[in-house]
Design a protein around this ligand. Structure first.
Ligand SMILES: NC(=O)c1ccc[n+]([C@@H]2O[C@H](COP(=O)([O-])OP(=O)(O)OC[C@H]3O[C@@H](n4cnc5c(N)ncnc54)[C@H](OP(=O)(O)O)[C@@H]3O)[C@@H](O)[C@H]2O)c1
Length: 290
């Protein structure tokens, strides 16, 4: 399967054209995104199968594991050969497995250096500053990102980072970041049952900036919907595949990064890029979040 069948391609920046069907690596760490996976060989196989199928956009973070996911990516994919790894900074793991913010310039530099080490690269393709928080931990909260994003912009000037993005942000924070340095991507919580970013997605699209929805399948709480199940049955696919296909139908600047620890699930998810959803199915799916 070539990249042009994986939902087409999107050019994030010069030298950074990716298949719209990507892969999110968070599921490659152990339970609770902590420690090693139960089957490391399968984790390596997931990554290699994705890349063999034409995926060239892998999403990760050094705080997955911590370090575990990046180390598996390095083992499976270095020297990368056209595969672009998007990582994120702004949090660390504590001894309870929590994810406290870590956004001082010193902490961000440590995280960038750790990503460089664990991925085994001289410069990171794309680094997202993860902001956010709130009661659910994954929604934007108002506040300036001038200091942390400014610190990453400096590291970009130094050549440690090629491109920047932001994650778990609102539109004002996107604009604030863009006034400091160009961004190539925004990564927020968005799926068929969790909406709200439509205006942001459209505005980014007009600017040629990509949008990578995290939790495309609902993440830790899989999307449950009778409508989704019924549409899936009507088109002869699984609800997971329909949820991914729905995202690919929303806007050309959406890049999908579904996560899985299983080669079988990966293959199933990749098939979403081949699916054309009829207008009636799209209308029914749009009703889920209404
Ligand atoms: N910026 C942020 O704050 C943030 C937050 C969360 C995630 N992310 C990124 O977004 C990516 C995607 O999110 P995610 O992995 O948390 O959630 P997700 O893609 O919404 O869902 C992953 C879950 O769905 C299951 N799954 C996947 N394909 C399946 C299939 N075909 N059939 C049945 N079950 C299936 C996986 O289990 P199996 O392993 O058993 O397949 C896993 O439990 C992550 O990998 C990460 O890179 C970013």
């Amino acid at each position: 399967m070539a990249a042009n069948t994986l939902g087409g391609t999107f050019t994030m920046a010069d030298g950074l054209t990716v298949a719209r069907m990507g892969y999110g690596a968070m599921q490659l760490a152990g339970p609770g995104v902590w420690g090693p996976p139960s089957d490391r060989d399968e984790a390596v196989a997931v990554l290699r199968t994705a890349v063999e199928a034409g995926v060239n956009h892998i999403d990760t973070a050094d705080f997955y594991g911590p370090h575990v996911t990046n180390e598996i990516i390095r083992e499976a994919l270095a020297p990368y050969d056209g595969v672009h790894v998007v990582t994120k900074v702004g949090a660390v793991r504590d001894e309870q497995g929590g994810w406290p913010h870590a956004r001082s310039p010193r902490q961000l530099r440590e995280q960038v250096e750790s990503n460089l080490r664990t991925l085994g690269v001289a410069a990171l393709d794309v680094v997202n500053l993860r902001v956010g928080g709130g009661p659910d931990g994954h929604s934007p909260v108002p506040g300036s990102l001038a200091e942390p994003f400014g610190a990453l912009a400096e590291m970009r000037q130094e050549g440690l980072i090629k491109h920047l993005g932001v994650s778990v942000v609102d539109a004002d924070q996107v604009a604030e970041a863009q006034a400091i340095a160009p961004i190539v991507t925004v990564q927020n919580w968005y799926n068929v049952a969790h909406r709200g970013d439509e205006a942001l997605i459209a505005s980014l699209g007009q600017q040629g900036v990509s949008y990578a929805p995290f939790w495309p399948l609902g993440g830790f709480k899989p999307v449950q919907s009778e409508v989704l199940d019924a549409v899936a049955e009507s088109v002869g696919a699984s609800p997971k595949v329909v949820a991914i296909a729905w995202l690919l139908h929303q806007a050309a600047n959406i890049l999908v990064i579904p996560g899985t620890s299983s080669v079988a699930h990966l293959r199933e998810n990749l098939s979403a890029a081949e699916m054309t959803l009829p207008a009636q199915a799209l209308a029914e799916l749009d009703g889920i979040a209404a």
